[in-house]
Ligand binder design. Structure first.
Ligand SMILES: Cc1ncc(COP(=O)(O)O)c(C=O)c1O
Length: 412
C-alpha cells in the first residue's frame, strides 16, 4: 500500500487521536529512517525519545530474535529470569531499592501516585488530618490515564475528560514562594520532571528542586521524579535528578528503557515499597521476558560503549552549535536542555511550525512541542557529523523564514 491508501484506510477506521506527518515509514538503521519509497531521514526524535540505540542495533535485534524463540510472555504469576536481573541493574544505576514493571510511562506514573496515597495512608494513621493532596508543576506532562492526566498541566489534555482524579494542585514553574505556600502536612507527594519534556524542555532550577526535597522531608511526603523522557542516560547522567544531587522516593522510567519495546518501571525506596502487598497492584503484560531481556541488553550496551560520556560530549556540541545559531537568528528566543534533551524556542508558533515542516522536507525529523519549541531527542548514538548536517539545515531554514517574513511584511 502507498501513503495515500494507508492514510485513507486509517482515517476511515482509526479513532482520530493523531494528526500524522505525511510519511510512510518502512525501516530504520542507525540514526536513519527510510520511507516506503526508500527516502532517507535523519532522525532527531527517536520515536519520541524512545529509540536510544537508534534502529536495528545488532545487540538488540540479536536479543529480540533469541528471546522470541524462547519465551515472549508469561503472566506475573510465574518467575522468569529477567525481572530480578533488570531490577538489580536499575536499582544500581538509580540508587533506588525496588522495581515494579509496567507497559508504558503513564502506567508507571499511575503506580507512583497510587503508592504515594498508600504510603500516606499507612503512615499517617486514622484520626489524623487527611493526607492525600498531590502537587504537580505548571507545564508538566505525565501521561494520559486519569491519574496521570490529573497531574498533567495543559487544559487541552484534561478539560475534555473532566472531572479528573481529585486532590491535585499545580505549582508555578520554578516559583519557590508558590511552592512554599501550597506545601503543608496534607500533601502526600510532589511529582515532577527534573527536565520537562512535552512542556518545552524546561529544567527545574536547583533552588526549586532543593526546596521541594526539603519540604517533602519536613512533611513526610514523597518526592516523585518522572524520568520517563529524561531517564536512562538522555541528560548525560542515568537520571536527571542525579544532576541535582537529590534522591527521590519514587522514580518512573519508560520510553528508552527497552530500546523500542513497550516497557516501563516504577522504582521505589524500601520504606515506600513496604506499603504494597500482593494483590494491591499489578499488570498483565508489564515486565514480560522479551522486553526485560532487551532492557538488560540495552543497559549493557550503554555501559560497554560509555554512552553517558558520549551523550555529554555530543550534547554539549549540539547545544554550542544551537547557541551560535541563536546569535545569528533573531527569532530564536532560547536554547535550553541537558545532554541530548534540547529545546530551541522560537518567537512564534508559526515560526516553529515552519521549521518543523521545512526540516522534514530536507529529510530531518524534529518535533514541535509547547507550540513554540523545537524539541530534539536524538538517538544516543548520534555523531557530530549528524549534528552538523542538522544545524546547517536549521541555519538555512531559519534564514529562509526570516526572508519570507520580511517579504510578507513589505507586501502588507
Ligand atoms: C515525562 C513523561 N511522563 C509520562 C509520559 C507518558 O508516557 P507514555 O506515553 O509511555 O504513557 C511521557 C510521554 O511522553 C512523558 O514524556
Amino acid at each position: 500500500m502507498n501513503l495515500e491508501q494507508v492514510s485513507k484506510l486509517e482515517s476511515k477506521l482509526l479513532v482520530s487521536t493523531y494528526d500524522r506527518y505525511p510519511v510512510l515509514l518502512h525501516k530504520g538503521s542507525g540514526v536513519h529512517l527510510y520511507d516506503n519509497k526508500g527516502r532517507k531521514y535523519l532522525d532527531l526524535l527517536s520515536g519520541i525519545g524512545v529509540n536510544a540505540l537508534g534502529y536495528a542495533h545488532p545487540a538488540l535485534t540479536k536479543t529480540i530474535a533469541k528471546q522470541a524463540k524462547l519465551l515472549v510472555h508469561t503472566s506475573n504469576l510465574f518467575y522468569h529470569e529477567y525481572q530480578g536481573r533488570l531490577a538489580a541493574a536499575l536499582t544500581k544505576i538509580s540508587g533506588m531499592d525496588r522495581a515494579f514493571f509496567t507497559n508504558s510511562g503513564t502506567e508507571a506514573w499511575e503506580g507512583a501516585l497510587k503508592l504515594a496515597r498508600a504510603y500516606a495512608k499507612a503512615n499517617c494513621g486514622e484520626g489524623k488530618e487527611p493526607k492525600w493532596r498531590i502537587l504537580a508543576l505548571e507545564h508538566a506532562f505525565h501521561g494520559r490515564t486519569f491519574g496521570a492526566l490529573a497531574t498533567t498541566h495543559k487544559e487541552k489534555y484534561r478539560a475534555p475528560f473532566a472531572p479528573v482524579v481529585p486532590g491535585v494542585e499545580f505549582v508555578r514553574f520554578n516559583d519557590v514562594t508558590d511552592l512554599e505556600s501550597k506545601f503543608d502536612s496534607t500533601v502526600c507527594a510532589i511529582g515532577f520532571e527534573f527536565v520537562q519534556g512535552e512542556g518545552g524542555i524546561r529544567p527545574v532550577s536547583q533552588q526549586f528542586a532543593d526546596v521541594a526535597h526539603k519540604l517533602a522531608r519536613k512533611h513526610n511526603a514523597l518526592l516523585i521524579a518522572d524520568e520517563i523522557q529524561s531517564g536512562m542516560g538522555r541528560t548525560g547522567r542515568w537520571f536527571a535528578y542525579q544532576n541535582y544531587g537529590i534522591q527521590p522516593d519514587l522514580v518512573t522510567v519508560a520510553k528508552p528503557i527497552a530500546g523500542g519495546l513497550p516497557l516501563g518501571a516504577l522504582l521505589a525506596t524500601e520504606k515506600v515499597s513496604a506499603c504494597i502487598h500482593p494483590g494491591m497492584h499489578g499488570t498483565t503484560f508489564g515486565g514480560g521476558p522479551l522486553a526485560c531481556a532487551v532492557a538488560l541488553q540495552l543497559i549493557k550496551v550503554l555501559e560497554k560503549e560509555k554512552m553517558l560520556k558520549h551523550i555529554q560530549k555530543v550534547g554539549d556540541y549540539f547545544m554550542d552549535q544551537l547557541q551560535k545559531l541563536k546569535k545569528k537568528h533573531g527569532n530564536i528566543v532560547a536554547v535550553r536542555g541537558q545532554g541530548l534533551m534540547i529545546g530551541m524556542e522560537l518567537d512564534s508558533a508559526e515560526a516553529a511550525k515552519q521549521v518543523f515542516q521545512q526540516m522534514l522536507k530536507r529529510g530531518t525529523i524534529v518535533n514541535r512541542t509547547d507550540e513554540t519549541v523545537i524539541r530534539f531527542l536524538p538517538p544516543f548514538i548520534i555523531k557530530k557529523q549528524h549534528i552538523d548536517t542538522a544545524v546547517q539545515q536549521l541555519d538555512q531554514v531559519l534564514a529562509q523564514n526570516t526572508k519570507t517574513a520580511a517579504i510578507a511584511g513589505r507586501n502588507k
